[in-house]
Design a protein around this ligand. Structure first.
Ligand code: DMJ
Length: 381
């Protein structure tokens, strides 16, 4: 997974020798013919997204073949009565398992499967992933909010907690980005009421600062005041969709949370001003939002912010062999752990923040939730 997640970052950075070596490794050694249950969502965003993006950047047909093989093996994940996918899929047998799902896992698939359809000419991938996104949206409450968990077989909500954090986050992201990448008007029509409700119900002001917390999807009643490393993607999405003022305000809160200890915690209660989950698994979201804001406003303060983030990141997380997650940001104790998204996302967004804008043309490409750029038309058959 790590070479596939890292390849397009190497290409964008101009690490040509490393990229070539990695491409050969993937093309000659990677096989999906494995009797293995994998997490459908993670494999779609990291592997399918990584292969498609690297194919579009290099034109290497072997990468597209691998993507097509992977996509075909995973299609039975959608074979549920609702069209909401199983959580896991066996790559050899196509047997789906796990029904405790959520909007992020069902709604963060269309950029990748849709691109696979565009590149292969086979519409089935787009259709299945779109249905899962629409089925999630259809289950929204009267307030236009979704919950945190549902059962993929019955389609019934099992948690009605509603927010922009884990299990929901990239559902919002793909409503907007699928409109951008595919000009799919249905996605825009789902995005518009969804983001309006999110901004209306989750937002909370504390001493003049804007935060985003938890409510119940049915009543809109506040249930929590936690913001964290995952939520920090939202200012970038707001900026990308044109709401710069709100994006700036929320980004200021993300940065304040980071500066509490010089690395952000996973979760922070902004009312009690208390950390509620102290780990830092090298997450990219705050860097992602800093980059979108810099790219879209040109305001040098976001480059300065990015520099602080980068220097803190290197100081606390770098090790001899790689970068280490932090067990507790109040002690900065390191863990022996480095997720593949560090290569795909964290370093890519840091790099893009300081690279010339032509390194990535935001009018031509849309980044998936794992920061793999997918081109609007390039190589389309
Ligand atoms: C990544 O795999 C993706 O950004 C996903 O949307 C959320 N979690 C990680 C990064 O934190």
């Amino acid at each position: 997974m790590t070479p596939v997640d890292a390849l397009d970052t190497m290409v964008l950075m101009g690490l040509d020798d490393e990229a070539k070596e990695t491409r050969e490794l993937i093309a000659t050694r990677l096989s999906f013919d494995k009797d293995l249950d994998v997490k459908h969502f993670e494999v779609v965003i990291r592997l399918l997204g990584g292969l498609l993006s690297a194919y579009q950047l290099t034109g290497d047909e072997r990468l597209l073949k691998l993507a097509e093989d992977l996509g075909t093996r995973m299609l039975p994940a959608f074979d549920t009565p609702t069209g909401l996918p199983y959580v896991n899929i066996n790559l050899r047998t196509g047997k789906g398992s796990g029904t405790d799902s959520n909007p992020a896992e069902a709604g963060t698939l269309l950029l990748e499967y849709g691109t696979l359809s565009r590149l292969t000419g086979n519409p089935v991938y787009y259709a299945k992933a779109k249905r899962a996104l629409v089925e999630t949206f259809k289950r929204r409450s009267k307030l236009d909010l979704v919950g945190e968990r549902f059962d993929a077989i019955t389609g019934k909500w099992t948690s009605t907690s509603s927010h922009i954090g884990a299990r929901i986050d990239s559902y919002y992201e793909y409503l907007w980005k699928c409109w951008r990448l595919f000009d799919d008007k249905d996605c825009l029509a789902m995005w518009t009421p969804s983001v309006a409700a999110a901004n209306r119900y989750y937002a909370e002001e504390v001493d003049g600062a804007l935060w985003s917390g938890q409510v119940d999807m049915r009543t809109g009643k506040r249930t929590g005041h936690e913001y964290g490393a995952l939520d920090a993607f939202y200012p970038g999405l707001l900026a990308y969709s044109g709401d710069i003022d709100r994006a700036r305000r929320l980004q200021a809160s993300s940065f304040a949370m980071w500066k509490l200890h010089g690395i952000e915690p996973e979760a922070y209660d902004y009312r009690k001003r208390r950390i509620t989950a102290a780990g830092y698994p090298l997450r990219p979201e705050i860097v992602e939002s800093t980059w979108y804001l810099y790219r879209l406003t040109g305001d040098p303060k976001y480059r300065a912010m990015g520099r602080t983030l980068f220097e803190d990141f290197v100081r606390h997380c770098r090790t001899e062999a790689g970068y280490a997650a932090i067990k507790d940001v109040t002690t900065m104790e390191q863990a022996d752990e480095m997720e593949s998204f560090v290569m795909a996302e964290t370093f890519k967004y840091f790099y893009l923040l300081f690279a010339p804008p032509q390194t990535l043309d935001l009018d031509k490409a849309v980044l998936n939730t794992e920061a793999h750029p997918l081109q609007r038309t390039k190589h389309a058959k």
